[in-house]
Design a protein around this ligand. Structure first.
Ligand code: HEM
Length: 546
């Protein structure tokens, strides 16, 4: 235990000293959880070692932790406590002076928690709904807190969220941990405002516009069918892992075009991207041997491979996918989009990153909700069979127009997006001192519109805890349904994401049934909230069911 605590304190110091607070504090959270899990496991599974007896109360079971041989822990705490108090007082004084400087206005109500750690541990170690609900009740729609090393203002009314994301968006710039920027590529559109962002956004949007993605239906269908036949042969599949593989394949064809399969660089790009991905949530320490270092190495190699591919595509004509759109814009003379190779590369990686875990997490939730609500699964199946009947009568393949007939399935997708709200919030940063809804927000503070809280507000969605696709028979009030964000930085891939879900559900619900193995309630982060263990399922052909 002493070793754990020492490691913990070292980590704490690292967090305090390093500027990438976001990632470091997340590592701290994971480490805390790890220690908590270890303790729980030890008490749960090694009874003899800890004098465990089922009849003991929780406190009695925990007693060994507080025993006399751990008095050194107390010593350590006593050493660190004054230091923490001093830092806390200093930080409070800084915020006080910030407040005084504003002369008229006050900071929003709320608690800044512990020095530097703020309320990070609370947010990430308890159910996020409980965290937000208790603060909403105590402080109202706008409250201040301190998470991931930053003072923050959380907002949970649709009007305030609209103000941050749409009407006053120029005052709130997007903000990400520096290590994430380094890995994805600093020139990816997420990290920018102004002309550079809007020019790029136009190009990305045009690449994922329905008029373009409708042609990718046959290719997505081919990917779906090959995955389904592979899953059928497995006794159990991990839904999240498989959905990630599926979403990754679709992201690759949208980034590089359907014909990219023949290009020799593709396998290398896939392997390097997967290597890079392993480092996304690691401690941002660029030292040999660390996952972050390996990821950065993969990122550099990825740049080289992408540059070679860009050269080749230039010589051969531009080719398909987002890469084709960006290359065409970069080569058209007098065009406002004067993109360099590294800008193109960063945006390709950025889009694969944005398209991949998000879609996979939502697909995992859909399978969970349909599994738990059999009547909805039957209704989806009925709708899909009607579409299939039409396709068979006309002796053709599934098309984009067919997916427009899937109204009920689309409502199931929307309800999943609302209910799961995998992006609980997004981060913005105040670019100057400003007045907001009667409060003062200092320059540099993070402002977080809470999508999840809005989607779960009983004032906006009756019985929000209920999974009920029928609520989308009427469109939601403007700015109250934001699974794909809102305003200038809203998601350009929303139609593609929905399309890949519809095509998968079409084949899955008609042909197969699935049973959740080790069905447990609860969520885990992977990196978005997903059902526990990534939802292991067993797939069986539908016609073998009674
Ligand atoms: C269910 C799947 C998805 C969800 C829930 C989702 C959600 C979001 C959200 C909430 C944002 C806004 C973030 C913010 O305002 O800070 C966003 C941005 C973005 N998404 Fe998605 N997304 C999904 C799938 C996709 C796909 C398939 C693509 C690409 C084809 C994509 C590409 C992007 C990009 C490039 C941005 C940044 C836009 C900008 O900064 O202007 N997303 N996404």
């Amino acid at each position: 235990m002493y070793t754990y605590l020492c490691c913990y304190c070292m980590l704490l110091l690292l967090v305090i000293q390093t500027p990438d607070y976001f990632s470091l504090q997340l590592v701290l959270v994971r480490f805390t959880k790890y220690i908590m899990d270890l303790r729980t496991l030890r008490f749960r599974f090694q009874p003899e070692q800890n004098n465990f007896h089922p009849s003991c109360s929780v406190n009695e079971q925990m007693r060994p932790f507080y025993g006399p041989r751990n008095s050194s822990i107390l010593l350590l705490l006593l050493t660190f406590l004054p230091l923490l108090v001093i830092i806390h007082l200093w930080v409070c004084q800084r915020w006080q002076s910030v407040e005084n400087n504003s002369q008229r206005l006050q900071l929003p109500p709320g608690s800044m928690g512990w020095p530097y750690i703020g309320e990070t541990l609370r947010l990430y170690t308890q159910n996020p709904d409980t965290f937000f609900a208790t603060r909403l009740k105590r402080y109202g729609d706008i409250f201040k807190t301190h998470i991931l090393g930053c003072p923050c203002v959380m907002i949970s009314s649709p009007e305030a969220a609209k103000s941050v994301l749409v009407s006053r968006a120029h005052l709130f710039k997007p903000t990400y941990p520096p290590s994430k920027e380094k890995m994805i590529g600093p020139q990816a559109l997420f990290f920018h405002q102004g002309d550079y962002h809007s020019n790029l956004k136009t190009l990305v949007q045009s690449s994922f516009h329905p008029t373009r993605i409708r042609d990718s239906v046959p290719e997505i269908q081919r990917i779906v069918l090959s995955f389904l036949s592979a899953w059928e042969k497995c006794t159990t599949i991990n839904t999240l892992r498989e959905m990630k593989r599926y979403a990754f394949e679709v992201a690759m064809i949208s980034a590089f075009g359907s014909s990219s399969k023949q290009e020799v660089e593709m396998e290398g790009i896939k392997q390097l991207y997967l290597q890079l991905e392993k480092g996304y949530n690691s401690m941002p320490l660029d030292l040999p041997g660390t996952p972050f270092h390996r990821a950065m190495k993969a990122r550099n190699l990825l740049n080289e491979t992408l540059r070679k591919l860009i050269d080749k595509r230039r010589q051969a004509g531009v080719g398909g996918g987002l890469l084709g759109v960006l290359l065409a814009a970069a080569s058209s003379k007098g065009h406002s989009h004067n993109l360099s190779d590294s800008q193109i590369a960063d945006n390709i990686i950025g889009v694969i990153f944005a398209a991949h875990d998000t879609t996979a997490s939502i697909l995992t939730w859909i399978l969970k909700y349909l599994h738990d609500n059999k009547h909805l699964l039957e209704a989806v199946k009925k709708e899909q069979e009607e579409v299939r009947c039409k396709i068979l009568q006309e002796n053709r393949e599934l098309t984009w127009s067919d997916t427009r007939l899937m109204a009920f399935t689309t409502r199931v997708i929307k309800e999943t997006l609302r209910s799961a709200s995998i992006l609980s919030f997004t981060f913005r940063e105040a670019v100057e001192d400003l007045e907001f809804e009667g409060y003062f927000i200092p320059k540099g503070w993070k402002v977080l519109p809470l999508f999840r809280t809005i989607h779960h507000s009983p004032d906006l969605y009756s019985h929000p805890e209920k999974f009920d696709p029928s609520r989308f028979e009427v469109p939601p009030r403007p700015h109250t349904f934001m699974p794909f964000g809102n305003g200038v930085h809203s998601c350009p891939g929303s139609e593609l994401a929905k399309l890949e879900m519809l095509i998968l559900l079409h084949h899955l619900t008609i042909t197969y049934r699935w049973q959740v193995v080790r069905d447990e309630d609860g969520i885990q982060y992977g990196p978005f909230p997903v059902p526990k263990l990534g939802l292991p399922i067993r797939l069986t052909p539908a016609n073998t069911q009674n």
